[in-house]
Ligand binder design. Sequence first.
Ligand code: UDP
Ligand code: GLC
Ligand code: MN
Length: 327
Amino acid sequence: MSSSCSSDQAFVTLATNDNYAKGAMVLGKSLKNHKTSRKLVALVGPHVSDPSREVLRQIYDEVRLVDVLDSGDTAHLAMMKRPDLGVTFTKLHCWTLTHYSKCVFMDADTLVLSNIDELFDREELSAAPDPGWPDCFNSGVFVFRPSNETYGKLLQYCTEHGSFDGGDQGVLNGFFSNWSTADITKHLPFIYNMSSIAIYTYLPAFKQYGANAKVVHFLGQTKPWSYTYDPKERRVRGDTHEASSHPSFLLQWWALYSSSVVPMLQAAYGDQPFLSGCEEELSQIAHLAPPPMSSEERKQKWEQGQADYMGIDSFDNIQKKLDAFLK
Ligand code: UDP
Ligand code: GLC
Ligand code: MN
């Protein structure tokens, strides 16, 4: 039962880069703060830096290096406007953790708000409905049983059928295709994977039930680490429209990150440069940045083919301009 201490059961997450690694650190801390009795496993890709791995090793019982699998399915991913999600195929590696009998996978962009060890009472494949298409499950939180046989079948499924969304969620819903109708005990309540978009898709329900949420999922392109944070004022800055859609959860994420994770990262990075995303450091480095260009200077640079593609003329900024213009 969930209350017993089962060392052959684990929470598992994945990070293929240092940003998602920050998410994994906060997730691991949140699981520990809520006193999970289960093991913690982080799967990491080869691009996660040594200092990040060192911090992950302090929080997680096991940090395992995995190959990055990529769907390479740009057409489907473009349809979801998320060209970055092909690497989520890497998630399928979690089935190879056969030294555990049962696991709960959690995306690195999830945050645990209370103890959720009772999830281990559930069977494979248990998951919560996806808010966009509730007959599909969301693959940000799911209960599974590691098995090399299942892993092999999943890879075979990928080769034969691909993924209808280009990412792991499409594969997993194709593979566990009777999830929506077969067994209601495999439907996790939404409070175990409350995506923050529910706040604006169904605000009254959020007001009524939001306080019961046990796991919040920062689903979508803008992640907690995409913002900056002012620890003195306890305020998050960035795209205010999105930030305002999940304000208190975002603040909780940042409070945990800045108080518990940043000091560990600073120690691990030592003399090497490290940007935490907290604002004091941004004001410290602001004087090192070149002074802002006038729009005339910028236009000239454009015309000379010297656009600042990494900065003000980045694809994101151009897209924002276009969106604003089209509205
Ligand atoms: N992920 C990763 N590197 C990436 C993209 C995704 O490690 O470049 C992992 C990470 O665990 C992440 C999960 O795959 O939480 C699913 O991606 P994401 O959370 O961005 O998808 P969303 O929930 O927004 O659809
Ligand atoms: C989803 C899930 C995420 C998954 C992605 C790609 O939106 O939240 O966990 O990796 O789709 O399929
Ligand atoms: Mn996610």
